[in-house]
Design a protein around this ligand. Structure first.
Ligand code: 1JT
Length: 254
């Protein structure tokens, strides 16, 4: 029970395929108390039964791109718990048309949207989490290989994930003195709601399975186990790190 007695906020649970659901299940198993946010009624409909099923402490609406909405969320957390031990950021967005074709065709608005929702949102959440993490804390976000290498079609999300991974390092530097650790998990491709509808995603899954050292695909629960480790005191000396949880895909050369 490595998260026994810890209070954690999960941002980005959409449905039972979400990486955040894999993390939620393991965190709950490991003894954490959890609170959740949702963006809108359509997402709430799918995530509420899941969150209620594990005895969520609260389920609050939150648009991570809206300052007032974030302020209201953290007011609720302060009121409910009076503190916070960990935060899971499992949020990203890009316009569909920006996840195909040529990166150089990305519009200004498409670029800003992807960077705001996928990278700045971590900064906005971390700033508000800090005063609640009075005895230290741990923050985990989700990244992808496209942050490090130019991956066909990932395009502006790769740029956003590069900004996210750099933000993890700068947040780790800022929050380290308060014993707040900040890390990313670079997860191998998983078939989630976000990934569905992406042209050629199934073929991509097959290719990564063939090339990865472990010769198989990855589950959200496996990401969850690694996240639980980073969120726990077992990882007390790890901060600013991007941990690859990808069946080894990233270490393979030609
Ligand atoms: C988003 C989407 C963020 C899909 C994502 C993502 N991070 C990883 N994926 C899966 C993926 C997608 C592409 C890809 C490889 C993996 C969709 C909604 C916006 C946020 O291309 C090689 C395109």
């Amino acid at each position: 029970m490595i998260l026994q007695g810890k209070r954690g906020l999960i941002v980005g649970l959409a449905n039972a395929d979400s990486i955040a659901w894999g993390i939620t299940q393991v965190a709950h198993q490991q003894g954490a108390q959890l609170g959740f946010t949702y963006l809108n009624a359509a997402i709430e409909k799918r995530m509420r039964p899941l969150a209620e099923g594990i005895g969520a402490a609260f389920i609050e609406p939150c648009d991570v791109n809206d300052e007032a909405s974030l302020d209201a969320l953290f007011q609720k957390i302060a009121q409910e718990w009076g503190g916070l031990d960990f935060l899971v950021h499992s949020v990203a967005f890009a316009q569909r048309e920006d996840l195909m074709g040529r990166f150089c065709d990305t519009s200004r608005q498409g670029f800003l949207t992807a960077l705001e929702t996928s990278a700045y949102s971590l900064v906005a959440l971390a700033r508000r989490a800090q005063p609640l993490m009075k005895e230290g804390g741990s923050i985990v976000t989700l990244s992808y290989y496209g942050a490090e290498k130019a991956v066909q079609n990932y395009n502006v999300m790769g740029v956003a994930k590069a900004a996210l991974e750099a933000s993890v390092r700068y947040l780790a530097l800022d929050l380290g003195p308060q014993n707040i650790r900040v890390n990313a998990i670079s997860a191998g491709a998983i078939k989630t709601l976000s990934a569905r509808g992406i042209h050629g995603f199934s073929e991509m899954l097959h290719l990564t399975q063939e090339r990865a050292p472990l010769k198989r695909c990855l589950s959200a629960l496996e990401v969850g186990r690694s996240a639980a480790f980073l969120l726990s005191d077992q990882a007390s000396a790890i901060t600013g790190e991007t941990l690859h949880v990808d069946c080894g895909y990233n270490i393979v050369g030609m």
